[in-house]
Design a protein around this ligand. Sequence first.
Ligand code: 13P
Length: 259
Amino acid sequence: MADDRKPLISGNWKMHQNHFEAIQAVQKLSYLLTKEDIAAVDVSIHAPFTDIRSVQTTIESDKIPITIGAQDCHPEVKGAFTGEVSVSMLAKLNVGLVIVGHSERRELFGETDEFVNAKVKAVFAHEMLPILCCGETLAEREAGEAESKISGQITAGLAKIPAEQVARMVIAYEPIWAIGTGVTASAEDAQAMCAHVRQVVAEAKDADAAASVRIQYGGSVKPANAAELMGQADIDGALVGGASLEPDDFAKIVQYRLN
Ligand code: 13P
């Protein structure tokens, strides 16, 4: 991790925790994290939509220095989109960071690069920041196509996004074969792929955007492997699934520098 990019550790709860459990988890996390932790690392929690209002009131009333996150959004402000949650509804809840293009959305719900790009634009238009996800399958990796898959997803996801905005956003490299499997990419492989993401940003935008964009690694991040991953030059944070559900484990990941 470079000194001028503040690390960002994000908990993606996926479809876990009802709003009561969410309040308890956020309060426990705030008890476990110290001022020094928050000074050293930005932290965001991406709870299910039904929890966000409860997370917001807990964070704001207790003055907890954690960014409210969302796991997805619809790019339109309003309309006939049954079951969707609009980008402006999230902004109204003081959401700061929105995950877009998670592999589970792409693989299970058929989201295209074009739709993900529309979400990136909409998130910026509502003064939030996107965490744009990319990642290859095991078959793509074994076929030697990991880099080209990532290049395509990043280039398309960032189409017509000004370099100045890209500089402020977050990109998460999450190899699909490492998500929820307990198989983490080796620190060397994760570093090589995050360096590739940065190179793609340099080519698609400019050197300043590439130097400033924060790149997270995601895929079976645990307290035991966080420090080694975070020690890599191009890894500026982690997008944590399973281990973010347990506040003790998630706090240990945020405190990776103490290991
Ligand atoms: P796991 O940490 O459970 O592997 O999930 C990673 C992920 O998909 C975060 O978005």
